[in-house]
Structures are given as structure tokens and as C-alpha cells.
Design a protein around this ligand. Structure first.
Ligand SMILES: Cc1ncc(COP(=O)(O)O)c(C=O)c1O
Length: 426
């Protein structure tokens, strides 16, 4: 007889809360104090942001890194630095954060959405190829959830069509791809330092490039096109103020010192969980292509709904009741981004359909694999401070829920129990 699910009144697999993360400490305080003692919080006159930029560029083996106010700003800066022509099209993933799209729209560019690979949920190179037109000006690759996208193919497309590739690495710090790091393979890469990321400073972003010309334009784009390096104030293109402060720079610097340990731990824990789940009927761990090092910004697995008699929502709720926080809506809130109102109603700017093309609409069915993903995938956070025992509890709970739903017919439920009433609704 199977163990009754907690959602049906059975024992919880994980009765205690998972350990909370302690993200900031003495080192952050020390560096913050240095900023306050210096009496300079403006990045241009301070030292912490510049020190962070040098350390980040060194870690990534890139010539330049520039810090800015958010990951959204970083993507906008990258697009601005590449001087993509307004009205041209940028191909990106149908499963990403709105922060990948904001700068696209502000630059007067038209977003085009590629479908995802059903095993990894990263944007598929085949789908990107099918979206390329003479109007395509760039490919914005999103390394989703901490797993690198198929960069060999993306870069080959960039070369074939002579268009730049940008990497959005907001979720993909130190993420490995065939011996290289995500964020080192394209013309320019972007990162986020928001609260939810592997490292954070409240809000912040980074762009990284080895191209001097791109760096120069990026440095202007984040700062009103003031040519501070030359001491000239004569803006020659439209640029926002996306400055980061010394306070954020200090915290980011302290965080960077911990990044490798965070990534090593997440990778080990995520790999352990996938190994535990590998043999569980009805559960398909996310595919990690050979040569990729997953950094588990999120842990994802897919439900084999041919083997389970439940929806992803029911599975998610049952797992939650077992004491395992999780979600069934991926990072977008339950639908591919092109189904957001802003794309459906073409309502980026009031009173106009700008910058959307008159001949490009966003319709249900555009990206079938992405749309299906929302029926099948469960996501959860596994944090670097979790123990192996924590991971084993997660695995046990997933196995318990999967076993229940794959074997419900064989389960004897006492008449009139809470289990039988919930059972009837499934
Ligand atoms: C893939 C991706 N791109 C861009 C962003 C935007 O970053 P931020 O929230 O720092 O603006 C995020 C944030 O979640 C993201 O996940």
C-alpha cells in the first residue's frame, strides 16, 4: 500500500522548513563602510564599481565589464551598444523574463520569439533559424534557469547571417558550455544582480565584452551619452541613466567573492537531485546536454503525463503539501511571453502600436513546445546552503507524489476519509 499524500491527510515528507539563506555578512559591511567613509556614492568618482568591473572581467576572461542598475538595463545597454537599427527584428526566447524584452521595445526593435527545445526549455537553434528574415538584426540568446543554450548553433547562425549574438546570462552565472563560460562566447553578454539571482546587490546588472568599440558605446549608453572619459558633454545618441552606485558596487564585490562556492554547491546539489529522480516513473529530469555545466538558478523537471494521472497543477499542489516549495508556471507566470498583454495588444507605448511591425502578430500556437511546457514542468529553488539530506527529502517527496498519481487505481483508500474525498475530485 502506498503512503497517503499529505494533501490527502497523510504524513508530510518534509515537516520542517528548508534552511534560509544568509546572503550578506561582515565582508559586505566592511566594503559598505569603506564607501560611506569615502563620502562618495557616485560610481564615476568612486572605486568600488570600477574594482567590481575589473574583478568580474578577470573572472570571465573578458576585456571589459561594466556595471549598471539592473539586468533589464544591461540588456538595453547591449542593444544600444550594438547600435541595432530601429525597426529591425531581434530573435529571443519565448520563455524568458520581461527584462529581456524591455530594452528591445525601448530601442524601437521588434521582438521575434523562438520556440524552445522540449527537453531543456532553452531556445532552439532550429526555431531561431526559421525566424530569420532580412530584417533580423540580432539574436538575443537566453541561458534559461542556469543551463547554457546551444551556443555552437547560435553562433553559427550569427556568422551565416552576419548578425551579432547577445547572451542574456541573468540566470546563468559561471554556467559551462563545452569548456567555455556562458557569457564569453558572444559579442556582448548581460547579467543581473537582482535579489533572486545567484549573487545580488538589491538591483544591479553587468555587461561584458571584449570589443573596445562596443564597450565604449555601452559606457555612454548607461550614462546619458556623457563622454565622461574625454570630459565632453555633447550627447550624440539617446541614452538613459542606468548608473549603479558605489553602495551596490560594494555589495556586488563582496558577493562576487562567494560566487564560485555558490555555483559549485548548486551544481553538486542539482546533479544529486537529478540522479535521485532519474529512475522515478513519470518524472523526466531536465536534459543537460553533454559538455554543459548546469548552475541551477532553478531546478526543473518534467512530468510524463502519459504515466501520471494528474495535471502539473495537481502535482505541484501535492508536492507543496509534502513540504516542498515549487511552482507550475515556470518563470513567466504561466504562459510564453508573447501571450502577455503587451504583445497581444501591441501596447508598449500609449496611443500607438510602435514599435510592432504591421505584419508581425503574436498568436497562440506560435511556439508549440513553449506553450506545452506550461502543462508539464515543475520548478523549484535549490539553494547553495541546502544539505544532501534536504535534497534527498525533495527527491523522496517527488517520488511519493509521482508514485501516488501513477498508481492511484491500486491504492486502497478507507471510505469516508479525507483522502477519498480529494481523490474523487482529481
Ligand atoms: C533572463 C533574464 N533576463 C533579464 C532579467 C532582468 O533582470 P533585472 O530583474 O535585474 O532587471 C531577468 C531577471 O529575472 C532574467 O531572468
Amino acid at each position: 500500500m502506498k503512503t497517503t499524500l499529505a494533501i490527502h491527510g497523510g504524513p508530510k515528507t518534509r515537516p520542517t522548513a528548508f534552511p534560509s539563506r544568509k546572503r550578506h555578512g561582515e565582508r559586505d559591511k566592511q566594503l559598505l563602510n569603506e564607501v560611506i567613509d569615502s563620502d562618495v556614492i557616485f560610481y564615476w568618482l568612486g572605486s568600488k564599481v570600477f574594482e567590481f568591473q575589473r574583478s568580474f572581467a578577470k573572472l570571465y576572461g573578458r576585456k571589459h565589464a561594466l556595471a549598471c542598475s539592473s539586468g533589464t538595463a544591461a540588456v538595453h545597454i547591449a542593444l544600444g551598444a550594438l547600435a541595432l537599427p530601429a525597426g529591425s527584428e531581434v530573435i529571443t526566447s519565448s520563455i524568458t523574463d520581461m527584462g529581456s524584452l524591455t530594452g528591445v521595445l525601448y530601442q524601437g526593435l521588434v521582438p521575434v520569439f523562438a520556440d524552445v527545445d522540449p527537453g531543456t526549455l532553452n531556445m532552439s537553434a532550429e526555431s531561431v533559424r526559421s525566424r530569420i528574415t532580412p530584417r533580423t538584426s540580432a539574436i538575443l540568446v537566453v541561458h534559461h534557469a542556469g543551463l547554457a543554450a546551444d551556443m555552437d548553433e547560435m553562433l553559427a547562425l550569427g556568422r551565416e547571417f552576419s548578425i551579432p549574438v547577445i547572451e542574456d546570462c541573468a540566470q546563468a552565472y559561471l554556467c559551462g558550455y563545452k569548456g567555455r563560460l556562458a557569457g564569453t562566447m558572444s559579442e556582448i553578454a548581460t547579467f543581473s544582480l537582482n535579489h533572486f539571482k545567484h549573487i545580488e546587490c538589491g538591483s544591479g546588472g553587468i555587461v561584458a565584452t571584449s570589443d573596445d568599440r562596443i564597450r565604449y558605446r555601452a559606457s555612454l549608453f548607461l550614462d546619458k551619452c556623457y563622454q565622461r572619459e574625454e570630459g565632453i558633454r555633447d550627447p550624440f545618441f539617446l541614452a538613459p541613466n542606468y548608473q549603479i552606485t558605489e553602495l551596490q558596487g560594494a555589495v556586488a564585490l563582496a558577493q562576487l567573492e562567494k560566487l564560485e562556492a555558490i555555483i559549485n554547491s548548486r551544481n553538486a546539489l542539482g546533479t544529486r537531485l537529478s540522479n535521485r529522480l532519474a529512475g522515478v516513473p513519470g518524472i523526466i529530469p531536465q536534459t543537460v546536454p553533454s559538455g554543459c555545466r548546469h548552475t541551477y538558478f532553478l531546478y526543473l523537471f518534467r512530468l510524463d503525463l502519459k504515466r501520471l494521472e494528474c495535471s502539473a497543477r495537481e502535482f505541484s499542489q501535492a508536492l507543496q503539501a509534502e513540504g516542498i516549495p515549487n511552482a507550475d508556471h515556470l518563470i513567466t507566470g504561466g504562459r510564453p511571453v508573447y501571450l502577455y498583454d503587451i504583445f497581444q495588444n501591441r501596447s508598449a507605448f500609449p496611443g500607438t502600436e510602435y514599435p510592432f511591425s504591421p505584419d508581425r502578430y503574436y498568436r497562440r500556437g506560435d511556439c508549440p513546445a513553449a506553450e506545452k511546457a506550461f502543462e508539464e514542468w515543475i520548478t523549484m529553488n535549490i539553494y547553495e546552503n541546502y544539505s544532501e539530506a534536504d535534497i534527498d527529502d525533495i527527491a523522496a517527496a517527488v517520488a511519493k507524489v509521482a508514485e501516488w498519481y501513477s498508481n492511484r487505481a491500486a491504492v486502497t483508500v478507507p471510505a469516508g476519509s479525507a483522502a477519498s474525498s480529494v481523490e474523487g475530485q482529481v
